[in-house]
Design a protein around this ligand. Structure first.
Ligand SMILES: N[C@@H](CCC(=O)N[C@@H](CS)C(=O)NCC(=O)O)C(=O)O
Length: 212
């Protein structure tokens, strides 16, 4: 498989984590977002949306990280990233969607570039914008995690699920935008615990070949 992505892209990071947790080999194909390579015709031929990641298999061109994660789960069910019961799966998908639907999309590069270049928003205010939406989501997530008395070392139970595929990249992004993570001790502890696992270490932005 070939993963078209970028070291700092949270959605590419999600897919790297899932591939690594499932022990799947893949080749990283760098699409430099800082140079807008995602908007070039060669990449748009892979994904007309001009967004990474794209996962290419022998037969398929997969796009949209939530769909890619679900496809990986269905195609490679060993080392499952979803609970066995439907209530558990609902919870994992809901916690994932808090990040995937409600935090990440409004802090994405194209949104921030629009604020910067078309609305002339200063960099400090762009940072405040990102902090605002990350804090909103993390406050609710931290509360939900605190209320879950059956939670182990991860967001759901004792092993990583899809939630960590979403959460760990979002924590990386939160730090980049200067969010005070001390307000979220459970999220911080989960992030720390994940970074004891090789799958997460290997997926880290700083460990990618295209890292600056
Ligand atoms: N919903 C899409 C979002 C993909 C996405 O936003 N990718 C970002 C990187 S994290 C991107 O390619 N941004 C380029 C841009 O904003 O121009 C997914 O989850 O795959």
């Amino acid at each position: 498989m070939k993963l078209y992505g970028y070291f700092r892209s949270g959605t590419s990071h999600r897919v790297r984590i899932a591939l690594n947790l499932k022990g799947l080999d893949y080749e990283s194909m760098s699409v430099n977002l800082a140079q807008d390579q995602q908007l070039e015709p060669e990449f748009k031929a892979l994904n007309p949306q001009g967004l990474v990641p794209v996962l290419q298999t022998n037969d398929l061109q997969l796009f949209q990280s939530p769909a890619i994660l679900e496809w990986l789960e269905e195609t490679y069910p060993d080392t499952s990233l979803l609970p066995k019961d439907s209530a558990g799966r609902m919870r994992v998908r809901a916690l994932s969607a808090m990040i995937g639907c409600d935090i990440h999309p409004i802090n994405n590069r194209r949104i921030l570039q629009y604020l910067r270049n078309e609305l002339s928003v200063e960099e400090e205010q762009v940072k405040l914008w990102c902090q605002r939406w990350i804090n909103d989501g993390f406050t609710a997530l931290e509360k939900l995690l605190a209320e879950d008395k059956e939670r182990g070392d991860f967001c759901y139970g004792d092993s990583p699920t899809l939630v960590e595929c979403y959460l760990i990249p979002q924590v990386y992004s939160a730090r980049r935008f200067g969010v005070d993570m001390s307000a979220y001790p459970i999220i911080e502890a989960i992030d720390k615990h994940c970074h004891t696992l090789q799958a997460f270490i290997d997926a880290e932005p700083s460990n990618q070949e295209d890292a600056l």
